[in-house]
Design a protein around this ligand. Structure first.
Ligand SMILES: NC(=O)c1ccc[n+]([C@@H]2O[C@H](COP(=O)([O-])OP(=O)(O)OC[C@H]3O[C@@H](n4cnc5c(N)ncnc54)[C@H](O)[C@@H]3O)[C@@H](O)[C@H]2O)c1
Length: 273
């Protein structure tokens, strides 16, 4: 299905990242992936030793998991908060004559969630609000901007982001600051669907997925009881990373007509009152 197609996969931290399940399925279906991960880059300034160590461990996990799960797929450092990094990454693809048939946005960060405890929205600082917004929502615009700047996006491509029901509803586990960023991510999805559809036929969609504790982000945020409650309330039980990957693959399929949708892959959780 994806012969001669190349997709950019952001958001792989390790083999348990949701993005990894998508990348594997693209390869299974004959496509190629370029994976980006967080690491120390030439664009970082004044990193503390602690930050450097965090990024180095992160990059080592990323590299190892890609090698183990995806063979010789191309890997690149990409920190979406560093505009020069995004620019240089996209320019490198251009210089190597690479064209992209779409990308997965699977990036989120919120420092107001620490060890599963979430700051009330009333206490969120402007810096915390803007940081979460930049990494988890604006980054979708920034990545698209630079891929278009260097003319890397093929006609009729497909872009997909990962969201969560908390973008629209107050959930039983108190996502607060992140909910706002997810709402913004979904709105950006819709605005881009209009603009990019008209520009070169590119589709842009988002998927709200069930709680998943296997990943670093999920494990840092969710309690087992959150997962179990969603599982019980959902008519089909929680969706799995494999279910999610199947849906992304469906949206990435060439010549689809679905765009500007916020889909649910959540075992039906969203229909419950
Ligand atoms: N785990 C869940 O329960 C769940 C549910 C619904 C949606 N999601 C969404 O799925 C996506 C992937 O999450 P995951 O659960 O696979 O966790 P994960 O920890 O594996 O992935 C999060 C990724 O964000 C990346 N990231 C953070 N800051 C970045 C930056 N400045 N630049 C580039 N990358 C950065 C991390 O490196 C990591 O790869 C996120 O958008 C998350 O909100 C997760």
């Amino acid at each position: 299905m994806f012969t001669n197609k190349t997709f950019l996969i952001t958001g792989i931290a390790d083999e348990n990242s949701l993005a990894m399940f998508v990348a594997k399925k693209i390869i299974e279906n004959g496509g190629q992936v370029i994976c980006t991960g967080l690491g120390v880059s030439e664009f970082h300034n004044d990193l503390s030793d602690k930050a450097k160590q965090f990024l180095n461990v992160n990059y080592a996990d990323f590299q190892k998991s890609v090698k183990n799960e995806l063979g010789n797929s191309q890997t690149e450092i990409l920190d979406v908060t560093l505009e020069a990094n995004v620019d240089s990454f996209a320019k490198k693809l251009k210089d190597n004559n690479i064209k992209i048939d779409g990308f997965l946005h699977a990036i989120a960060m919120d420092k107001t969630i620490r060890q599963k405890v979430v700051k009330p929205i009333l206490d969120v600082t402007k810096e915390e609000f803007c940081d979460t917004m930049e990494v988890s929502a604006y980054s979708l615009i920034r990545i698209a901007q630079y891929l278009y700047k260097y003319d890397l996006i093929q006609p009729n491509s497909s872009i997909c982001s990962l969201s969560y029901i908390a973008a629209a509803k107050v959930t039983f586990h108190p996502y607060r600051n992140m909910s706002i960023a997810k709402a913004a991510l979904e709105r950006i999805t819709i605005e881009l669907a209009d603009e990019l559809g008209r520009k070169n036929g590119t589709r842009v969609n988002a998927i709200r997925f069930s709680p998943y504790m296997g990943s670093k982000a999920g494990n840092a945020t969710l309690n087992q009881s959150d997962f179990d409650t969603a599982d019980k309330l959902s008519p089909l039980g929680n969706a799995t990373p494999d279910d999610l990957a199947n849906e992304v693959i469906h949206l990435f399929r060439p010549n689809g007509r679905i765009t500007g949708e916020i889909r649910h892959v959540d075992g039906g959780y969203n229909i419950m009152g």
